[in-house]
Design a protein around this ligand. Structure first.
Ligand code: SAH
Length: 254
């Protein structure tokens, strides 16, 4: 049975969660060398965008997970972030962001432009996006995760010297968008049966969307949608990539 938390309880819980996320001292996770080794392993694996890897070199992933899990933060593994959700493994995050960058390189933007992220979770990917984009809007349906991410991103703002901090919304990312648009890049960290129509409408001409989608019995596949304009008409060109395993895209807020 799920527990219904009142807003103040949710906020208290988020503050308590965030307080536990302070990195444990003495295990060297603050050392840039630990992150650099993770990035070197990713680079050896090949195929990732160098600008994405340099953002991963800057953002301290251990600050986004519970202190008990911090020693695993630089392994290539997904980790629980509470409320039945997970932070994706670094190679999957690197892959999604590299695909977004590839889409924007065709437009010679040099950055991801205006980005919409569905599924803020702990805020790690939003922090990376803030290093790669002109501005980031991120939506999360679970209030405790939304509040926790807000605190973590605020605490990192001066260290990471973003142009702009991500703007976070507590909302159902499939619902009526109150966060504006259009966006040059859209990325979802949760997978549904279909790509919601609202996301396609929010994608700017020339923009790229990357999201996991369910493909019947074959499970989730990473899907790219490019908004192309051909002879004055919009077309949304889909390509599917490798199999992935993301948490489900759910409706409503809690
Ligand atoms: N990018 C995140 C990954 C979080 S996992 C990170 O770096 O931590 C995916 C998140 O999507 C979960 O937190 C889940 O609650 C959220 N989610 C699922 N369906 C959603 C929806 N309809 N709208 C907004 N967020 C959603």
């Amino acid at each position: 049975m799920s527990r219904v938390l009142r807003p103040q309880r949710l906020l208290d819980q988020a503050v308590a969660d965030a307080a536990r996320l302070v990195a444990p001292s003495g295990i060297g996770l603050d050392s840039p060398g630990v992150r650099a080794r993770m990035v070197s392993r990713l680079r050896r694996g090949g195929g990732f965008d160098e600008v994405v890897l340099s953002a991963m070199d800057r953002v301290p992933r251990h600050r986004f997970v519970d202190s008990a899990l911090a020693p695993q933060a630089y392994e290539d593994t997904a980790l629980p972030i509470g409320h039945g959700q997970t932070i994706s493994k670094p190679s999957v995050v690197a892959r999604m962001l590299s695909l977004l960058r590839q889409g924007q390189q065709a437009r010679h933007l040099g950055h991801l432009g205006r980005v919409l992220e569905i599924g803020t979770g702990c805020g790690y990917q939003a922090a990376l996006l803030a290093c790669l984009a002109t501005d980031v809007t991120s939506v999360e349906r679970i209030q405790a995760l939304h509040e926790g991410a807000k605190l973590k991103l605020q605490s990192l703002r001066s260290e990471l010297s973003w142009r702009r901090s991500p703007v976070l919304w507590h909302a159902d990312g499939q619902g009526v968008p109150v966060w504006g648009g259009p966006f040059d890049s859209i990325v979802s960290a949760a997978g549904g049966e279909e790509i919601p129509q609202a996301w396609l409408q929010l994608l700017a001409p020339g923009g790229r969307l990357v999201a996991p989608t369910q493909h019947g019995g074959s499970g989730q596949l990473l899907t790219i949608v490019d908004h192309e304009v051909i002879a004055g008409r919009s077309e949304w060109r889909r390509t599917t990539q490798e199999g992935v395993l993301f948490v489900p895209l759910k409706s409503g807020v809690i």
